[in-house]
Design a protein. Structure first.
Length: 143
């Protein structure tokens, strides 16, 4: 039997608050993650000051409002992971991609600077996919 590691926090909100603050404290706002990100060119932010954008990243991860450039950047994250390898604080325990993901979630939940994606077909697609994999008995139980 596989043993799962203990939960990092009681709730998702607690995890976002705790881990966001911890990761933000490790960030030096050097901008290496921003410069390595392939989405910067796609969203036309290559001329932005990396230090200001990553400073906003730290604020978002702590639940504070951030500049529009930072919000656009975290909103465009495709989880390429290039920021992780570029981060000079990686050895100190900073997972840049996790910091960006936490900042994005807090921009949706706390500062409301990003809108949550609305997909009305999400759950019908899940049901369709489940029907392809479940037995008749399971379908009766779960759907």
């Amino acid at each position: 039997m596989i043993r799962l590691p203990p939960a990092r926090a009681e709730t998702t909100e607690a995890f976002l608050m705790q881990s966001g603050a911890e990761l933000a404290a490790l960030c030096t706002e050097c901008g290496a993650c921003f410069n390595a990100c392939p989405m910067v060119d796609y969203i036309d932010l290559r001329g932005a000051d990396p230090n200001i954008v990553t400073g906003g990243l730290r604020r978002l991860a702590s639940g504070e409002a951030a500049p529009d450039q930072t919000v656009a950047w975290v909103g465009a994250c495709t989880k390429s992971g290039q920021c992780v390898d570029a981060c000079p604080q990686k050895a100190a325990g900073l997972d840049a991609m996790l910091l960006i993901r936490i900042a994005k979630q807090r921009a949706i939940n706390d500062t409301r600077q990003l809108r949550a994606k609305q997909d009305p077909s999400y759950f019908p697609r899940i049901k369709t996919f489940a029907r392809l994999q479940l037995s008749d008995e399971e379908l009766e139980t779960w759907l």
